[in-house]
Design a binder for this molecule. Structure first.
Ligand code: AMP
Ligand code: ZN
Length: 111
């Protein structure tokens, strides 16, 4: 499949990995919007949040299990952070492989 994040997971495109387990791959965003900007993806391809079902929601659970681990590891858990999922055209999604942005290291004032 011609998917940027599948290629990153496969190591065909380089990335700065910050976390990996059986279900999740997490790496630094190439265009960071905060001092800490991590992208978390399920290793199993799904296009967007619209593809989440009872059968595959364990991938999302795995992502949320990883989020506080990464925040603690990178020392911004205490100060707090923001998690964003962009879905579809109106949501501003540009890569069609489900992903969550984990942003930390600064205060987020605008919604
Ligand atoms: P979204 O706009 O929610 O689809 O987010 C896609 C994100 O992927 C953007 O924040 C991009 O900066 C990021 N991105 C695109 N290509 C790469 C790459 N090769 N390595 C790391 N992050 C990337
Ligand atoms: Zn993919």
């Amino acid at each position: 499949m011609d998917c940027l994040f599948c290629k990153i997971i496969a190591g065909e495109i380089p990335s700065t990995k910050v976390y990996e387990d059986d279900a999740v791959y997490a790496f630094r965003d190439i265009n960071p919007q905060a001092p800490e900007h991590i992208v978390l993806v399920p290793k199993t391809h799904m296009d967007s949040a619209n593809d989440i079902t009872e059968d595959n929601i364990s991938n999302v659970t795995a992502i949320w299990r990883a989020i506080p681990k990464i925040a603690k590891e990178l020392h911004f858990a205490e100060n707090g952070y923001r998690v964003i999922n962009n879905c579809g055209e109106d949501g501003g999604q540009t890569v069609n492989h489900l992903h969550f942005h984990l942003l930390g290291g600064r205060k987020f004032t605008d919604f």
